[in-house]
Design a binder for this molecule. Structure first.
Ligand code: FAD
Length: 274
């Protein structure tokens, strides 16, 4: 089996913490290479990511990578977080620009994720393995697909070791993107981000916001199943497992699962993969 990783978000209360604990315990059975924890841009949740990463390392013995988004942050804040993560023994960081919450003022001192990657390398040399984000279906704010690809290359040129894609349900978009990145001279592993499907209405909202296309046939089938939760779950797991199989057969170097802190949708996909 190729390396897999799981992404969590930082819980904000005891109930969510207990849920993440159960999810991490269950998913650990698949021996992830590492798990990652997202970061809320804009500063309000600065310490949650570090605390969650600490719990994943100390309580579950997992290799945990904090996400770090630079938008809205000052150089001092980012430098302090990097010191903290290094002291916590994190060997890997997912470096992002992030999105400023609407109405939140200053964009901060780093404009693009490439600036953050360069800063991490300048301050910490090779202490961190740096992952960056990339977008097989094109980032929604990009001028166009080729400009987005060049901006991805700039992050790798600044020192990224690997990339995780935004989720997608169209394997051809991924294969094309990888071919184009290779043609530009990008050699780092490009790991597909996989979003198992749990709540279809929520998925439609997320996908509209981040530019991921959901196939029409899947939308129609899900709409027809309506409240029949068992059929929705079966179709979702079969469909996502089929996507994973195709990606792995086509050469994907790993799979990164967006778990939304739920074990069941991701476990259902992994069980089908064997
Ligand atoms: P960038 O690489 O800076 O790109 C952002 C946009 O700017 C793109 O359209 C790009 O084409 C453009 N661009 C880049 N450089 C230039 C340039 N020099 N000139 C002009 N345009 C340029 N968000 C969070 O808030 N917290 C998280 O923890 C988080 N985790 C994520 C994990 C993964 C794997 C992925 C795929 C996304 C994640 N996101 C997260 C979402 C991400 O922050 C958003 O997609 C954000 O809008 C872009 O971040 P980025 O790091 O890709 O930015």
């Amino acid at each position: 089996m190729i390396p897999i990783s799981f992404e969590f978000y930082p819980p904000k209360n005891d109930e969510q913490r207990a849920q993440l604990g159960r999810t991490a315990t269950r998913l650990k059975a698949w021996s992830p290479e590492y798990v990652s924890c997202t970061f809320g841009a804009g500063g309000s949740t600065l310490s949650y990511t570090g605390d969650t990463v600490r719990a994943l390392i100390d309580d579950h013995g997992l290799a945990a990578a904090p996400h770090l988004s630079c938008v809205g942050g000052t150089r001092e804040e980012i430098a302090a977080l990097l010191q903290r993560y290094r002291a916590q023994g994190c060997g890997r960081i997912v470096a992002l620009r992030g999105d400023l919450p609407s109405g939140m003022g200053h964009p901060g001192e780093f404009r693009h994720a490439a600036d953050l990657v360069a800063f991490i390398r300048a301050e910490h040399g090779d202490c961190f393995h740096i992952e960056v984000a990339c977008y097989p279906e094109t980032h929604p704010q990009a001028e166009d697909a080729l400009a987005d690809l060049r901006h991805f290359k700039a992050k790798v040129d600044a020192g990224a070791d690997g990339a995780i894609t935004q989720y997608f349900y169209n394997a051809d978009a991924y294969f094309r993107f990888v071919d184009e990145a290779r043609a530009l001279g990008v050699e780092v592993p490009i790991v597909p981000g996989i979003m198992p499907i749990s709540n279809f209405s929520q998925l439609k909202r997320f996908s509209d916001a981040c530019g991921a296309e959901i196939p029409r046939w899947l939308r129609k089938r899900m709409a027809a199943y309506g409240d029949d939760a068992d059929s929705v779950r079966e179709l979702a797991a079969d469909f996502v497992a089929g996507l994973c199989r195709r990606l792995v057969e086509g050469g994907a170097p790993g799979l990164h699962f967006y778990t939304l802190n739920l074990a069941r949708p991701t476990a259902a996909v992994l069980e089908r993969l064997g």
